[in-house]
Write a protein that binds this ligand. Structure first.
Ligand code: SIN
Length: 483
């Protein structure tokens, strides 16, 4: 049975093109299931190639007027959308838990986090400044103006279906771009609800379009349709590379927020209670299904025993269950995710890892897995180099600062990293040495609309959030005006 919504009309199961909710013109659909018990929620359209191209054409038409809207007008529309999201937060959270499985309190957190990007960029749209530069010519003045890129193809994941999408749309619209969005087909319903609220906020038709269907087909249109000038993608490194290759044909701009393998280092001088709390946040948020999740936990040899003891106490108390039941940890998204966690753990055990806590599929069945701690992990194990995307704390002990920096950087990824220490000289040294786009020092939660979120190496390129996030949607034009 579906949970009660205050406003049932927010539960949409159609795509949104040129200001209208539409079905697939081939009458094809995909089932959407609740990861808690695999129950069927609804079906969403598999749109045709023609429909996706029409969505792009609509965004291109809308771009011609949206790009000329004043900063004040854009800001007001964005703020109206922001307010409607807050007004409907309970229904949005209900839809999110239903299709994604995360604990309800985290769903509320995700929606507030998502809305904060709209609020931030509603303000920032008023600050897209140009520049006047010293002229290299006696007879000319030199100006720099910033212009919106054009239509943006947005592809988002299932782990934060609202936040990852909104943090792309908000800067795109603030910059003057229009968008065609493809939410993940595992969890598109909260994206549709957000779209409905944008429509109610009177964001003009064609500015935001949303399609679901066969990801490869939609991706191929986004990368080949000449009206799409940029792709913004959050998801796996594997798919990011395919998109990047396909974008090369038309030299399309691209923002990629890809996989991570975050180190979480606890030095011998760290406050252990703080480090344990920080780790619980950085590891178990969204049942460990977060790109910035702590993935490899490096603990100094001299404090490892005490740290594991303190951590075990907290991990034991994590409540696992249906996202609607005031829990800390929900189900994994699907059986494939569960198999991955089971296999990584089996490989680690076979190669000498020790189970300190949990270690099994959960008695609730389905895709539930026990919050788990393993130690004695080393760099030869699969779990060391793979993004776990599940509730396993994997502990490696280390002896020296040089050794742990080398181990922490020994990965193709470079998204988030964390460390706990008190010595100031060490804090600056380690923060500079970590090859990551983001470093949390004595803190396990670092995401915000006010900061530049993004990675280096194979974790992607471009930034989301803060003043830097706007640049990804703007072209710089230089004007040389001779008198
Ligand atoms: C992610 O999983 O990529 C996003 C998490 C966040 O924004 O904190």
């Amino acid at each position: 049975m579906l949970p009660k919504l205050n406003d049932k009309s927010l539960l949409k199961n159609q795509c949104f093109i040129n200001g209208k909710w539409i079905n697939s013109d081939a009458d094809k659909t995909l089932p959407i299931r609740n990861p808690f018990d695999f129950s069927h929620i609804t079906d969403v359209p598999i749109v045709s190639t023609k429909q996706v191209n029409f969505a792009v054409e609509s965004a291109e038409n809308a771009f011609q007027t949206w790009k000329n809207k004043s900063a004040i007008e854009k800001s007001k529309l964005l703020m109206r959308w922001y307010q409607l999201i807050h007004k409907n937060i309970d229904d949005l959270a209900t839809i999110l838990v239903l299709e994604q499985g995360k604990p309800y309190k985290e769903a509320i957190g995700e929606i507030k986090y998502a809305a904060s990007y709209i609020e931030f960029y509603a303000e920032e749209t008023k600050r897209i400044y140009g520049d006047i530069l010293p002229s290299p010519f006696n007879d000319a003045k030199v100006f720099v103006v910033k212009q919106p890129i054009g239509v943006v193809g947005i592809i988002t994941p299932w782990n934060f279906p609202i936040a990852m999408m909104v943090r792309k749309i908000a800067p795109a619209l603030a910059a003057g771009c229009t968008v065609v969005i493809k939410p993940d087909e595992k969890a598109p319903l909260s994206a549709f609800a957000i779209m409905e609220l944008a429509n109610r906020a009177k964001i003009p038709k064609g500015v935001m379009n949303m399609v679901t269907g066969i990801p490869q087909e939609i991706g191929a249109i986004f990368t080949s349709n000449k009206h799409i000038k940029k792709i913004s993608f959050t998801g796996s490194t594997k798919v990011g590379k395919l998109l990047m290759k396909a974008c090369a044909n038309q030299v399309k701009r691209i923002t990629l927020e890809l996989g991570g393998n975050a180190p979480f280092i606890v030095f011998e001088d760290a406050n252990l209670d703080d480090a344990v709390d920080g780790l619980i946040t950085a590891k178990f948020r969204n049942t460990g299904q977060t790109c910035v999740c702590a993935n490899r936990i490096f603990v100094h040899k001299t404090i490892a025993k005490e740290f594991i003891k303190k951590l075990s106490k907290k991990v034991k108390n994590l409540k696992v269950g249906n996202g609607f039941n005031n829990v800390d940890v929900g189900p994994l998204i699907d059986n494939k995710a569960l198999d991955k966690v089971v296999n990584l753990l089996a490989d680690a055990k076979a190669n000498g890892a020790v189970i300190n806590e949990g270690g099994n599929t959960h008695e609730l069945g389905g895709t539930f897995f026990e919050p788990t701690i393993i130690s004695n992990v080393n760099s030869s194990m699969e779990i060391f180099e793979t993004e776990i995307f599940g509730p396993i704390v994997s502990i490696v002990s280390f002896k020296t600062e040089d050794q742990v920096i080398q181990l922490a950087n020994d990965t193709k990824y470079g998204l988030a990293s964390y460390f706990y220490a008190k010595d100031m000289a060490k804090i600056w040294r380690v923060a500079e040495a970590l090859e990551y786009g983001m470093v949390g020092v004595n803190r396990g939660a670092i995401s915000s609309a006010l900061v530049p979120f993004g990675g280096i190496k194979q974790s992607g390129m471009g930034r989301e959030g803060s003043k830097y996030g706007l640049n990804d949607y703007l072209n710089i034009k230089y004007l040389c005006v001779s008198n």
